[in-house]
Design a protein around this ligand. Structure first.
Ligand SMILES: [Zn+2]
Length: 284
């Protein structure tokens, strides 16, 4: 059936992950987050998958290597000192978003807005004055802004006006098709973002963290664990604020605004229990 033959060209998934981690989740030459796994030794000779012998190359650099423009030695040197690890941040990748309307789906909730003149903006999630997701629509452009923090308030992934960058020190970052997944550990997804150009973004899994606020995203709901608020099946259309949590110097009216919320103290057990019960009740 699907069993791997000893000399199969398919690289086992754990080895692919090791290679990604070692190469800083991008082409070792230029940092591009779209890449292929490349055996540095001729496959016909080695016929084995050893992570140290495999590297990451983007389409362009892969082609240059195949055609003989990129000497093996340069690839070997870049493999030892990959671009993204050297820079401490990935090479910016421009997402191709456009249009006069934009939709962001988060845990089955829909946030949508249409351009109503120069500089129309929407903030689906904001914590303590920091927009974690923001949309701008102007002159036929849809600009996506998004920032993902870890538990220590350090930004790991940033999309600034469609430019995607990430820190290569996450446990795993993988772009498959148009879905970007950042993992904190085995089976521990920090965020999974499905980009649907030209004008849609879907987030069905993950957690937004900021200043001790934890917003968990599941395929059918959002759970704010600090106060066990479950948000499901909501639509916010053409309103500036979505989930507006904590203190904002410039008050933002949101369809779900809460100030004075208690901060995360390490255990979200009770909130998870509440979520389970309330989702169960909703089904009845
Ligand atoms: Zn490259």
């Amino acid at each position: 059936m699907n069993e791997e033959k000893p000399n199969s060209r398919n690289i086992p998934l754990p080895i692919q992950r090791e290679v990604r981690q070692r190469c800083g989740f991008g082409c070792v030459i230029c940092g591009m987050p779209l890449y292929e796994y490349e055996h540095m030794e001729e496959w016909a000779l080695v016929k084995r998958h050893v992570s140290d012998e495999i590297t990451l190359l983007c389409d362009q650099h892969h082609r240059e290597k195949t055609n003989g423009f990129l000497p093996k030695q340069i690839v070997t040197e870049a493999n030892i000192n990959p671009y993204n690890l050297r820079e401490g941040v990935s090479k910016p990748y421009l997402l191709h978003f456009s249009g006069s309307e934009a939709v962001v789906e988060i845990g089955g909730n829909t946030f949508s807005c249409a351009d109503q003149g120069y500089g129309t903006a929407m903030v689906p999630i904001s914590v303590d004055g920091t927009p974690l997701i923001g949309l701008i629509l102007a002159d036929g452009h849809f600009l996506l802004n998004l920032v993902i923090f870890d538990e220590f308030n350090i930004p790991l992934l940033h999309i600034k006006n469609n430019q995607l960058v990430y820190k290569p020190n996450a446990w795993d970052i993988q772009l498959v098709g148009t879905t970007l997944t950042v993992r904190e550990d085995h089976r521990k997804i920090l965020i999974e973002i499905q980009f649907c150009p030209p004008n849609k973004v879907i987030i069905n899994r993950g957690r937004f963290l900021k200043n001790g606020i934890e917003i968990l995203v599941r395929p059918k709901n959002i759970l704010i664990t600090n106060n066990a608020s479950v948000i499901s099946g909501c639509s916010a259309i053409n309103c500036y604020g979505g989930l507006i949590i904590g203190y904002h110097e410039k008050p933002i009216s949101g369809f779900f605004a809460m100030n004075g919320i208690s901060r995360y103290l390490g255990s979200n057990k009770e909130a998870l229990k509440f979520e389970k019960e309330s989702m169960h009740q909703n089904k009845l």
